[in-house]
Design a protein around this ligand. Structure first.
Ligand code: C2E
Ligand code: MG
Ligand code: MG
Ligand code: MG
Length: 284
């Protein structure tokens, strides 16, 4: 259809379309290739986004988010490179890398400040399907000295249902280590509720999309209230992600939401900045 239409309209349109597509394919291929060596070349880093307990406004921990600083293409967003890492299978390596790095850094920060901050690390679905993840987690805990109860794993709802049994087995082994598991971006998947039925999560994270219009959109407000109440009835803690305004925070507090993270508190930051803010008592 594209070709037929372009020919009808003239050659130039077809050329432009084709060039765009080419450029996209070339970039993707290049990123896939470069990603293989990104960790080794020191191009990857971790940013930490603070997580707060709403009632006490108390800093409780951080979420680790991967950053890729490409020497020629600049900063590449995780939304672009994580899917490529999943496709190529590199996610296992990158996932192990960020887990190790985050556990080591937060364990050191805790020792330095005599704190007990927890660290949440995102796992891609692929990682939760392989038994080897258990050894990877054990090793990260052992070498960093981070107590297992201070590690949380965030998984998105894309967990494939056919794999439920397998994934559940792996979750059980992780929980047996003392690690907790949370469902990220709750409400965006097409079968959020089946996942709640199938898996035991210690925490749900309400997707930013619902938090965004809290107080403005009565529909969204009702949905968030219902999610919070449901989570509590299931004995699950609840975190709101993407909290950007004081109004949103107040509404969440009234609804009894446990924890929050978002630009209202802080963007994800490099460890050194977190350290400085903590030493200056500007984060608590
Ligand atoms: P996520 O796990 O849901 O992480 C939250 C994303 O929302 C982060 O984007 C964070 O920077 C952004 N965010 C936090 N607060 C706010 C806010 O108040 N407003 C807005 N507009 N955005 C906010 P980021 O860092 O670009 O990461 C995007 C996604 O990439 C993550 O979503 C996660 O699914 C994935 N990702 C990042 N790092 C890793 C990783 O190490 N492993 C895996 N498997 N996935 C990762
Ligand atoms: Mg997350
Ligand atoms: Mg999320
Ligand atoms: Mg997300």
């Amino acid at each position: 259809i594209a070709m037929y239409e372009s020919k009808a309209r003239g050659r130039n349109i077809f050329c432009c379309y084709s060039a765009d597509l080419d450029e996209h394919v070339t970039r993707t291929m290049r990123l896939k290739e470069d990603l293989k060596k990104a960790a080794m070349k020191g191009q990857l880093s971790v940013h930490y986004q603070p997580k707060f307990q709403i009632d006490k406004r108390k800093l409780e921990g951080f979420e680790a988010l991967m950053r890729w600083n490409h020497p020629e293409l600049g900063v590449i967003a995780p939304a672009e490179f994580i899917p490529l890492a999943e496709e190529t299978g590199l996610i296992h390596e990158l996932g192990a890398w960020i887990l190790q790095e985050a556990c080591t850094q937060i364990a050191a920060l805790n020792r330095q400040l005599e704190e007990r901050f927890y660290i949440a690390v995102n796992f891609s679905v692929k990682q939760t399907r392989e038994e080897r993840i258990i050894r990877v987690v054990q090793q990260a805990l052992a070498t960093s000295g981070l107590p297992a109860e201070l590690l949380e794993i965030e998984v998105t709802e894309s967990i494939v249902m056919e794999d439920a049994q397998r994934v559940n087995g792996i979750f059980a082994k992780l929980r047996a280590l003392g690690v907790s598991i949370s469902m990220d971006d709750f409400g965006t998947g097409y079968n959020s509720f089946s996942h709640l039925k199938q898996f035991r999560f210690q925490r749900l994270k309400i997707d930013r999309g619902f938090v965004q219009h809290l107080g403005e959109d009565s529909h969204d407000t009702a949905i968030v209230a219902a999610i919070i109440s449901m989570a509590h009835q299931l004995g699950i803690k609840i975190t709101a992600e993407g909290v950007e305004t004081q109004d949103q925070l107040h509404i969440l507090q009234e609804m009894g939401c446990d924890d929050a993270q978002g630009y209202y508190f802080s963007k994800p930051l490099p460890l050194e900045t977190i350290q400085q803010l903590l030493l200056q008592k500007q984060l608590v």
